[in-house]
Design a protein around this ligand. Structure first.
Ligand code: C2E
Ligand code: CA
Ligand code: CA
Length: 467
């Protein structure tokens, strides 16, 4: 009997079970088997080995924009390059998609692992020529070393994966596993779970921080700032949960809640007061932003002219054409658009020409150094000058001292916001604040000589809705 054909078929099946179909590299099964064997040997000899867990940046982007066939060719090219980096005793595997892992044997020290990771990441950053097209990607790596970071396969792979996660979080090209990482990750996972429930559980609330016109002392409006009242942890600040909400996509429904809530609450304020709402760049990607803003305004009965949307430069950095079109449509609704945290981003001034912003908010970092640093003084002066020549109002953020306020007023800055005027407050305190501000200001304590009331009582809508 001729068994050649059968043998060949068996061999092919065995190969398929142990290799990634697209790249031909060993798959997760074979990688784990090899690692098991290597760890056994390690126990007998006093050697070290490293596992590098790799992830390609921008791969999804390439797939989405250039198509899957190009994505597949790119993965093959990546596999070829990876093979080139390695020694005979090392092994590279593809875990499917754009996840790769390297097993590095016979390590004399950790430095050899960082050398290899460095080499791999550099090689991945060189442009690829795919079908005559130049494709540029990048890569990050997480490294676990045996036996330091674990002596069993599953643990080592998990630890390398965790290190990769941290590397990406921190924008680093590679990162070694460290014992604290799993605790941090567990804390983050727990926070993520809680965050997913928080919206339905009604744990969010908006605080409002007033803005004052420097020349006249008139309150022009309030910025809505999101607060999360966690049942066990208490108040969680937005810097801790907004990036997470963006990552898990929760910012879309959450941002919608913020907008609707802010419009509804502002509708109960005196008619000359505006409300400013922060938008995340993720909300622009979702595509329904214009309809959502329109719907929030109409259901609250708030005129569009009383809504300001605050965006950061990042919105103009990614997908700038689409986002610019969205901004123009939003403005066509009648809402104003402010450039937030100005000065912290990339090419700053050039963005001001890209879109007719209504307001520039000068980042707090420049204001806090205002008295002390000549540079900050010069930057603030440049921004206010540019603003007034382009007809854009300027708001100084984070004003905490009288000295800063006076400098800003002398520099021609339009508005200020900061603890000097007031900390953010719950909606229920807005009315009380407006009354006391008017009294303080009229008595001259505010340091202004202008005459007349900040707000007439009659400016309140007939039936103020108490939030
Ligand atoms: P931001 O938009 O720059 O908001 C101003 C931040 O500065 C607020 O922090 C405010 O409490 C703080 N601040 C105001 N005056 C002073 C001052 O005089 N000194 C100091 N040291 N800080 C002052 P908060 O409320 O913690 O918010 C932080 C950031 O979270 C905001 O920065 C904004 O980027 C984001 N954020 C807040 N609410 C939302 C929201 O509803 N949606 C989105 N996408 N982001 C939000
Ligand atoms: Ca803001
Ligand atoms: Ca800001």
């Amino acid at each position: 009997m001729d068994v050649t054909e059968q043998r060949r078929a068996e061999a092919r099946i065995a190969h398929m079970a142990h290799h990634d179909a697209l790249t031909g590299l060993p798959n997760r099964v074979l990688f784990h088997e090899r690692l098991d064997e290597a760890l056994l040997r390690l126990r007998r000899q006093d050697e070290k080995l490293a596992i590098h867990y790799l992830d390609l940046d921008q791969f999804k982007n390439v797939n989405d924009t250039l198509g899957h066939p190009v994505g597949d060719l790119l993965l093959k090219a990546v596999a070829d390059r990876l093979r080139l980096c390695l020694r005979e005793s090392d092994m590279v595997a593809c875990f499917g998609g754009d996840e790769f892992a390297v097993l590095q044997m016979g390590l004399a020290g950790a430095y050899e692992a960082s050398d290899l990771a460095d080499r791999i990441v550099n090689l991945m950053s060189e442009p690829f020529d795919i079908d005559g097209q130049q494709v540029v990607i990048g890569a990050s790596a997480g490294i676990a070393v045996a036996s330091n970071d674990g002596d069993c396969t599953d643990l080592l792979v998990r630890n390398a994966d965790m290190a990769l996660y941290e590397a990406k979080e921190e924008g680093r090209i590679f990162r070694f596993f460290e014992p604290g990482m799993d605790t941090r990750l567990r804390v983050r996972r727990a926070l993520e779970l809680d965050l997913r429930n928080a919206l339905a559980a009604g744990e969010f609330q908006l605080y409002y921080q007033p803005l004052v016109i420097l020349e006249t002392g008139v309150i022009s409006g309030f910025e809505a700032l999101l607060r999360w009242r966690h049942p066990q942890r208490g108040m969680v600040p937005p810097v801790e949960f907004i990036p997470l909400a963006e990552e898990i996509g929760l910012i879309v429904p959450l941002g919608e809640w913020v907008l609707r809530q802010a419009c509804a609450e502002a509708a109960a304020w005196p008619r000359d007061l505006k409300v400013a709402v922060n938008l995340s760049s993720v909300q622009f990607k979702q595509g329904k932003l214009i309809e959502m803003v329109f719907s929030a305004l109409t259901s609250a009965g708030l005129p569009a002219a009383r809504l300001e949307l605050e965006i950061t430069e990042s919105i103009l950095l990614e997908e700038s054409k689409i986002n610019l079109a969205t901004l123009h449509k939003l403005r066509a609704l009648g809402v104003s658009i402010s450039m937030d945290d100005f000065g912290t981003g990339y090419s700053g001034m050039s963005y001001l020409r890209a879109f007719p912003f209504d307001k520039i908010k000068i980042d707090r970092s420049f204001i806090s150094e205002l008295g002390a640093s000549q540079d900050c003084m010069a930057i603030v002066l440049a921004i206010t000058k540019l603003g007034s020549s382009l007809g854009i109002r300027t708001t100084a953020e984070g004003v905490e001292t009288e000295e800063q306020r006076e400098l800003l007023r002398n520099h021609g800055c339009t508005e200020m916001q900061g603890y000097l005027l007031s900390r953010p407050m719950p909606a229920s305190e807005v009315k009380k604040f407006l009354t006391s501000h008017r009294n303080v200001w009229q008595s001259g304590e505010y340091g202004l000589n202008a005459q007349g009331p900040v707000l007439a009582e009659s400016a309140y809508p007939r039936d103020p809705v108490e939030p």
